[in-house]
Design a protein around this ligand. Structure first.
Ligand code: CTP
Length: 400
């Protein structure tokens, strides 16, 4: 089998430079990428860059290289078309079927999945014309990623930023592997916690844990792909924001609890993938704790942190809400999991075995998902994304 063929459409916005990073990720992971910029995209990044990074010729017009690749072939032969950045103008042309350059021709001839990663000023994104164009494209089966919120060109900030190239790449990888996702979480709001809390001892030290946040980010990313509005509460992960997800950054268990309690009353599902510290230092030293010659260090006194999962499971802030917990165990994994499920009172508990090289920081996971109804769903070793998909499958059945 040859390499999957990807068309990277680039339209004319300042974020075009970020598409170079997306292109590099696509080529390095074994895709044959043909870049199709618009004429205005070349104002930002020149054809030589696209050609050098992709190893393929670059043209903007249907009349270029006609003898080699008729313009219809590029779209026909593609396994995926991704347009990043997609400007308001390109979205409008795509929605209305205009075909006045090579990119718009390619979009009309493509029969493969199409992903748009829009980037524009907030006013343009929110304009009814753009809203309707996006709705039209989604109705026809295209994936339109929600832009990120943040710094735009110049001093403006707001919604309209191109998501991180690494995250656009993740969306492409998922669509290539699994096709355009069923929007079975559309209209739902889900809250996911991720990462590991840090409990400060003094201005420079904390008690922490080895959670990377990757499983929680995979849950957030897959829920967004399935159409959910996602609030990701991230504790100390240092990972790029998943595309189309609202991220709330927290540090400690107490801050995590506040953020969960704020978001949960409006959520159809809450998934607690974060590793929450059970204890925190009883006292916080305002100044750095210093060693003193000839003296033993003072012991660190700990106090219990609130159990967020048990609290939201007991209080059920919204009727019908599905609550999912995670349990990392080292021995008697399933028996401990069952006891924990009862103790926490959640609907599903994802139980995985942890060890030095297992789970923490790795791309893969293996688990059993226990249900309060007595069900047991084994998830074979695989990417954290696959486990995330299984969790949402079980959540969706419980929501409907
Ligand atoms: N959790 C939580 N609040 C805490 C501790 C844990 O909400 N203070 C959540 C985690 O997010 C996870 C689940 O509870 O979804 C299980 O975490 P785990 O640390 O395995 O459970 P513990 O109650 O701490 O049990 P153990 O005695 O095994 O540490």
């Amino acid at each position: 089998m040859g390499k999957p063929k990807v068309v990277l459409g680039v339209s004319g916005g300042i974020a075009a430079y970020k598409a170079c990073e997306l292109l590099r990720r696509l080529t390095e992971s074994g895709h044959d990428v043909r870049v199709v910029p618009t004429v205005s995209a070349l104002q930002f990044v020149g054809a030589a860059t696209w050609s050098a990074l992709s190893g393929n010729p670059v043209s903007t017009e249907v009349w270029d290289d006609v003898h080699e690749v008729p313009h219809v072939r590029i779209g026909q032969q593609a396994d995926l078309v991704v347009v990043a950045p997609a400007t308001a103008d390109t979205l409008a042309k795509a929605a209305h079927g205009l075909a006045d350059d090579l990119l718009t021709n390619t979009l009309l001839t493509a029969r493969c999945p199409v992903v748009f990663a829009p980037a524009m000023h907030t006013e343009m994104w929110e304009h009814p014309a753009t809203r309707e164009n996006v709705a039209t494209l989604r109705r026809r089966g295209a994936v339109v990623i929600e832009p990120a919120v943040g710094r735009l060109t110049g001093v403006d900030t707001g919604k309209g930023r191109l998501p991180e190239p690494a995250e656009i790449f993740e969306v492409c990888r998922r669509v290539l592997a699994r096709g355009v996702p069923e929007p079975d979480l559309a209209g739902r709001h889900v809250v996911v916690s991720a990462g590991g809390t840090r409990e400060p001892l003094d201005p420079v030290r904390f008690l922490g844990n080895r959670s990377s946040g990757k499983q929680g980010y995979a849950l957030a990313r897959t829920a967004a792909a399935r159409g959910a509005r996602v609030t990701l509460i991230a504790a100390n992960t240092g990972l790029p924001d998943p595309a189309g997800v609202d991220v709330v950054q927290v540090g400690t268990a107490v801050q995590l609890r506040e953020a969960v309690l704020k978001a949960a009353p409006d959520a159809d599902a809450v998934v607690m993938a974060a590793a929450v510290a059970d204890f925190r230092p009883a006292a916080y030293a305002q100044g750095k704790i210093k060693k003193r010659d000839g003296q033993e260090p003072d012991p660190i006194v700990l106090v219990r942190n609130p159990d967020i999962l048990a609290e939201i499971s007991a209080d059920r802030l919204r009727p019908g809400q599905v609550i999912v917990g995670f349990a990392a165990e080292t021995d008697d994994v399933l028996a401990n999991g069952r006891t924990k499920l009862k103790r926490k009172g959640c609907d599903l508990l994802v139980v995985n075995e942890v060890g030095e090289r297992k789970t923490f920081g790795s791309e893969e996971n293996e688990a059993v998902i226990l249900g309060a109804d007595g069900s047991e769903t084994p998830v074979p070793p695989g990417l954290k994304e696959a486990l995330a998909e299984k969790v949402w499958d079980l959540v969706v059945t419980r929501l409907s």
